[in-house]
Design a protein around this ligand. Structure first.
Ligand code: SF4
Length: 109
């Protein structure tokens, strides 16, 4: 199942991590929620393919360790989401549709 692009309406903001929001539910280590708002990565879908890290022209993503998560023990964290230029490459290359990018969303939160 792809990331829910309407997560703003369907989830609660429960935390911040490295300067970006985390949208719950979060139940570590098995359930990690969605990281980011402008560039949102569903950590519970991400399987650490790495295409987004390789392809993002402005290095928005960084690996973060998530030991004990059933899908993968590292995740592509949108650590530098403010740098995003909305090229949509990451959305296109993610094999599991874990990423949603919407510049307008950042201003609404
Ligand atoms: S939309 Fe483009 S610039 Fe923004 S995070 Fe994805 S690959 Fe990087």
């Amino acid at each position: 199942m792809p990331i829910d692009s309407t997560f703003e309406e369907n989830r609660e903001k429960v935390d911040t991590h490295q300067g970006h929001d985390v949208w719950g539910p979060v139940e570590e280590p098995e359930q990690l929620g969605i990281h980011g708002t402008h560039v949102a990565v569903d950590f519970d879908i991400c399987l650490a393919d790495g295409a987004c890290l390789e392809d993002c022209p402005v290095d928005v993503f960084e690996w973060v360790d998530t030991p004990g998560h059933p899908e993968s023990e590292i995740k592509a964290d949108p650590a530098n989401e403010a740098q995003c230029i909305d090229c949509m490459l990451c959305v296109d290359v993610c094999p599991v549709d874990a990423i949603d990018v919407d510049a307008g969303r950042a201003g609404r939160t």
